[in-house]
Design a protein around this ligand. Structure first.
Ligand code: BT5
Length: 274
């Protein structure tokens, strides 16, 4: 654990929930397998809402569906926070979209960079991925699942690593230091992210999704794009999202609804999102 960075982070917070479980239960690691995995462990130990774990490096950073999140040391912000919104599982996609709005706001405020939102959990700069969100429901002793405890993980690329990156990521990823004029301070971004998560979270708890979804629509790079589901069954123009966070695709035979997690969607550039 890095006590110095943890203290700086704790002192930088302006929130009352996110990052503020009590004064001393956040964690700031030099190296950890995955901040989401660590949070799941903390949940088993009774972690309080708002508990936040950050790492300078992850050795097993995760994306969705078992994919990897490349997390070299000091190359990005790797942060997980614990929310207990008392929402049901089927509301997860809409929560992911709204948290994407929060990440976008935080990056704009601290780095001056405008990211676009790609359905369902990606933040994009000029077709390249700058950040991703992973919302998970920790399993408390199989097969019981609690619908009200969410681990929200976010990875934001900050500094292009000097060491080697997998070929795929080299082309696909963008690091904010490549496009930002500002000097990026990881803790300042972490703190702003907590602030924006909290602002969005308060709206989620009060069932005020609509304004957030409008903000998502306004900054989306998915809407207006041709998309194809991975099973090839639905092909058409992404025209909107609905109140559950599902994507509405206009096809030759009418509008179809595509749900996150059910099938993947391929954009015209060949990339997939789930
Ligand atoms: C995501 O998954 O985009 C969610 C990423 C969440 C990472 C955070 S870091 C803190 C917390 N702890 C964790 O262990 N995870 C969370 P997905 O949509 O499945 O995207 C994964 C895909 O993005 C990979 O298959 C790669 O193609 C690509 N990718 C991997 N690392 C990347 C990076 N650093 N930058 C851009 N793209 C990356």
């Amino acid at each position: 654990m890095n006590k110095e960075l943890l203290e700086r982070f704790n002192n930088s917070l302006s929130t009352s929930i996110v990052g503020r479980p009590t004064n001393d239960t956040n964690e700031y690691w030099d190296t950890i397998d995955s901040t989401n995995t660590r949070m799941a462990e903390l949940v088993k130990g009774g972690a309080k809402e708002g508990t936040t774990v950050i790492a300078r490096k992850q050795t097993a950073g995760r994306g969705r569906l078992g994919r990897t999140w490349e997390s070299p040391q000091d190359s990005g912000l790797y942060l997980s926070t614990l929310l207990k919104p008392d929402k049901k599982l089927f509301e997860l996609p809409v929560i992911t979209l709204c948290l994407g709005v929060a990440v976008r706001r935080a990056v704009l405020a601290t780095c001056g960079v405008e990211l676009e939102l790609k359905w369902v959990n990606d933040l994009i700069y000029n077709t390249r991925k700058a950040a991703g969100i992973l919302v998970e429901v920790p399993v408390s002793g199989a097969p019981k699942i609690s619908g009200s405890t969410l681990v929200v993980g976010v990875g934001v690329n900050l500094n292009r690593p000097e060491g080697p990156l997998p070929e795929e990521i080299k082309k696909k990823a963008i690091y904010l230091n490549e496009v930002s004029e500002a000097t990026i301070d990881t803790i300042q971004l972490a703190s702003e992210l907590c602030f924006q998560f909290e602002a969005v979270y308060k709206n989620l708890k009060a069932d005020r999704f609509e304004l957030l979804l409008d903000e998502w629509r306004a900054h989306s790079c998915t809407l207006g794009q041709k998309v194809t589901t991975s099973n090839g069954e639905i092909e058409g123009l992404a025209v909107d999202i609905n109140e559950t966070g599902a994507l509405i695709v206009k096809t030759e035979t009418g509008n179809k609804t595509v749900h996150a997690g059910e099938i993947s969607v391929r954009s015209a550039d060949g990339s997939y999102s789930y």
